[in-house]
Design a protein around this ligand. Structure first.
Ligand SMILES: C[S@@+](CC[C@H](N)C(=O)[O-])C[C@H]1O[C@@H](n2cnc3c(N)ncnc32)[C@H](O)[C@@H]1O
Length: 256
């Protein structure tokens, strides 16, 4: 049965049988139509090595850019719920109605039934898991939130809408902020392999690696703060006329 539909969205069935949402506002679906859950597992759980990190790192702290319909969190929850180790998940979402819809959908869920609004934060917590979703424009609410927290993250799911639809979450300045609060072992993973985005990441100080292919996309991007950038990526970028996306040039670049 198709669940109720959040305002300004439509359901889309994807090839692995899971559903995603199409946003009327951004004119884009939240996931690849090749499979919403499969894409999430590949790009985010595998891409950020979540199952290794929960065992090896002191505390697994995940940042997700774009909460959407919550597949990133729910898939992570399914994989980690029986691990006897604490982990936290901080996510960012501009759409208040979408978050309220998510809360109401999950009143029976063993963990999410405790979701509660605390000002602009939707939050649930137990002995092992701490979920916080900051509601508002990530470019404003995340820096504001960080002023009052001693927080770092070691995994980043960079899952904003595409750079064309959602450019402010793909600029050099955005990736610099993400790097500032990353631990030395942090991994950032994203479905995008655009040259312009890769240049933004490089200029912000990230080290780049090729990610897996999914659906019609030939590759994706993984980034870390240790090691060296894959020489094939450096060669490809040196041949590409694309420039890094910055807060200053994004309108001009996207018009081209
Ligand atoms: C691709 S979807 C995320 C999908 C999600 N990770 C999931 O697994 O369901 C991107 C989300 O980013 C949100 N978004 C767009 N612009 C934003 C902004 N400036 N700040 C915070 N969230 C934003 C959109 O409303 C949308 O829900």
């Amino acid at each position: 049965m198709t669940p109720s539909t959040p305002p300004k969205h439509q359901w889309v069935e994807t090839e692995d049988g899971s559903l995603t949402l199409f946003s009327e506002e951004f004119q884009e679906a939240c996931h690849s139509t090749s499979g919403a859950v499969q894409e999430t597992k590949l790009h985010y759980l595998q891409g950020c090595q979540i199952e290794t990190k929960i065992l090896s790192d002191d505390h697994l702290s995940i940042l997700e850019v774009g909460f959407g319909l919550g597949i990133g969190f729910l898939t992570t929850y399914d994989v980690l719920k029986n691990q006897n180790k604490p982990w936290s998940f901080l996510s960012l979402e501009i759409d208040h109605e979408l978050l309220e819809w998510f809360r109401l959908q999950n009143l029976e869920h063993p963990f999410l039934k405790n979701l509660t609004w605390r000002e602009n934060i939707l939050e649930a917590k137990n002995e092992m898991i701490h979920l916080q979703i900051l509601c508002g424009d990530a470019r404003r609410v995340l820096p504001e939130f960080l002023k009052s927290q001693r927080l770092t993250w070691n995994a980043i799911y960079q899952d904003a809408f595409s750079p064309k639809r959602n450019p402010v979450l793909w600029t050099k300045e955005w990736f610099t902020l993400l790097k500032t609060y990353s631990t030395a072992t942090a991994l950032l993973s994203t479905y995008s392999a655009s040259s312009s985005i890769r240049k933004s990441l490089l200029e912000a100080g990230w080290i780049l690696h090729k990610g897996e292919k999914f659906g019609p996309k030939r590759t994706s991007t993984r980034a870390s703060l240790q090691g060296e950038t894959d020489p094939d990526i450096l060669l490809q970028l040196s041949r590409s006329p694309a420039t890094a996306l910055t807060d200053d040039n994004l309108q001009e670049i996207l018009r081209k």
